[in-house]
Design a protein around this ligand. Structure first.
Ligand code: SAH
Ligand code: SF4
Ligand code: F3S
Length: 479
């Protein structure tokens, strides 16, 4: 059973393994080099950043390891999005305390959003931390590690208006060799009142499209068959020439990456309802390899609450976007959401509006949370966190229950269909089965037979749960 509180998506068994366990990443090269152990928390951007950090430190003679006890340097790439995300890291730091007592030469660094939010305070609050480095300061890591080696504490939390790490080729960590993330922009200029990201990630900036396309090409040449373009708000991607004219918008970038190879699937995340355009939807329609799936966070179904959240759209606008998606891309397009239960002043009626919005859309899946006040955000300054925890949890569980029903309904529609699945590896439960994803980003399990990781396989869907589709490969001639 999934938990009913905190962060939650209806997860397949295959995905559940990753929940709550930070991803640990390694490469096995480099005997005798300094050993680095990185743990990443939070969103995909953070995982992607850890790959940039590994790349920067590899040049400095470090090699990543999955065995914490071997490491000389432990880096935690942290998340601040909700209080429980920070608690997880604090608990982790206290368990690391014991390791450090037995091994005084061990150095510990905190990277990412918690480093940025707490800055020097983190060194005072968590005595075992040697180094605090914000998301735009990773190029400075070699120098900072040098300071730590000399016995000092080191901090760099400078936020940049330009840094995109465009020239750094990430070291792919913990990879399945089939799917990879490409960061296309950093930061966020929206000011959703509940959200800490603009403070931890700084101003929005887009990465040079040539470097993005090149990275996609390199990945394809190495055998990867799917890339996900990452940004907090990908639809506002904008690359300008020296005269400040927009040369490439997101729809155009999507087309450029789509052109890399018809066998390279392209996904993207996250779309903001205020910015996603018909142009993007038409590009998705035109390119068979740009996947039919959109993550479109709603946050609430109540226009009054959306206004307090400063999402800059209302319920009608959101539903109109859903209608556009369905008109242009058809019922088949997968749509997922993020939803927050119990935001400041949320009434029972507002909550019902969220549930009825879900009924209208029938999302394929969702990431659902109860509101966690974040210090320094506009909501924390302006509004009381006035919904009691029990009510937040009850509303969240109603949202989750509804989502479970919708996920099941949507999955049942797939039964009998033949779907193109990109194989990512063995099913977690058995090596007799393979696991991959369909166009709509849903996990599909089927008997292995002669098929391999990295292949596209046509699978006839035979059964499902709310989280997983199951079927059997069909040969091309039968379709
Ligand atoms: N850029 C993305 C979201 C990034 S954060 C977007 O705009 O959609 C991922 C999700 O965490 C958000 O969509 C929101 O649902 C949730 N979230 C953010 N701040 C939160 C908070 N203070 N409490 C609870 N959930 C929060
Ligand atoms: Fe946060 Fe809003 Fe930016 Fe998303 S768009 S990262 S929710 S401020
Ligand atoms: Fe967390 Fe920072 Fe991502 S707050 S969700 S790691 S941008």
């Amino acid at each position: 059973m999934e938990r009913l509180t905190g962060e939650l998506k209806i997860l397949s068994d295959e995905e559940k393994d990753g929940l709550d366990t930070p991803r640990i990443t390694e490469d096995e090269e480099g005997q005798g080099k300094r050993k680095l152990y990185i743990e990443s928390y939070g969103c995909q951007m953070n995982f992607s950043d850890s790959e940039i950090v590994a790349s920067i430190l590899r040049k400095e003679g470090f090699v990543t390891t999955s065995k914490q006890e071997e490491a000389e340097l432990i880096l935690l790439n942290t998340c601040s999005i909700r209080d429980n995300a920070e608690q997880k890291v604090r608990n982790r730091l206290s368990t690391l305390n014991a390791s450090k007592r037995n091994k005084p030469e061990l150095k510990i660094g905190v990277l990412g959003c918690m480093a940025e939010r707490l800055k020097k305070k983190l060194l005072e609050e968590e005595k075992i931390v040697d180094m605090v480095v914000g998301p735009d300061a990773y190029r400075d890591l070699p120098k900072l590690i040098g300071e730590v080696d000399e016995g000092h504490k080191a901090v760099n939390v400078f936020l940049s208006r330009e840094e995109t790490y465009a020239d750094i080729t990430p070291v792919r960590l913990g990879t399945n060799g089939v799917t990879a993330f490409i960061s296309i922009m950093r930061g966020c200029d929206n000011m959703c009142s509940f959200c800490v990201v603009p403070y931890t990630r700084g101003r929005e900036r887009s990465r040079d499209p040539h470097t993005i396309v090149q990275e996609a090409k390199d990945l394809f040449d190495k055998g990867y068959r799917e890339v996900t373009l990452l940004g907090q708000n990908v639809d506002s991607y904008k690359w300008q020439n020296e005269n400040g004219e927009t040369e490439t918008n997101f729809a155009q970038l999507l087309a450029k990456v789509g052109d890399v190879n018809p066998d390279l699937r392209v996904r993207f995340s996250t779309s903001h309802p205020k910015d996603i355009t018909d142009d993007v939807l038409y590009t998705m329609k035109k390119y068979e390899n740009v996947c039919n799936y959109i993550h479109l966070p709603a946050q609430s179904g109540s226009s009054r609450v959306l206004d307090l959240m400063n999402r800059t759209y209302d319920r009608e606008w959101y539903l109109n976007k859903i209608d556009r998606i369905r008109t242009i891309l058809g019922e088949e397009c997968g749509i997922s959401h993020d939803m927050i239960a119990g935001f400041c002043t949320e009434t029972e009626e507002d909550h019902q509006d969220t549930l009825s919005l879900m009924d209208y859309v029938q999302f394929d899946y969702g990431y659902m949370f109860y509101y966690s006040e974040r210090p320094g955000t506009p909501a924390a300054k302006k509004y009381a966190d006035d919904i009691d925890l029990e009510t937040k949890k009850r509303r969240l569980s109603e949202i989750i229950e509804k989502q479970r029903n919708h996920s099941l309904l949507r999955n049942e529609k797939a039964i009998g269909q033949v779907q193109k699945v990109l194989v990512e590896g063995f099913s977690k439960r058995s090596e007799d089965f393979l696991q991959g994803r369909n166009d709509q980003n849903k996990v599909v399990i089927f008997p292995k037979e002669q098929y391999q990781k990295g292949e596209y396989v046509l699978v006839r869907i035979e059964e499902c749960t709310a989280a997983t589709l199951k079927g059997k490969a069909v040969s091309m001639e039968l379709v």
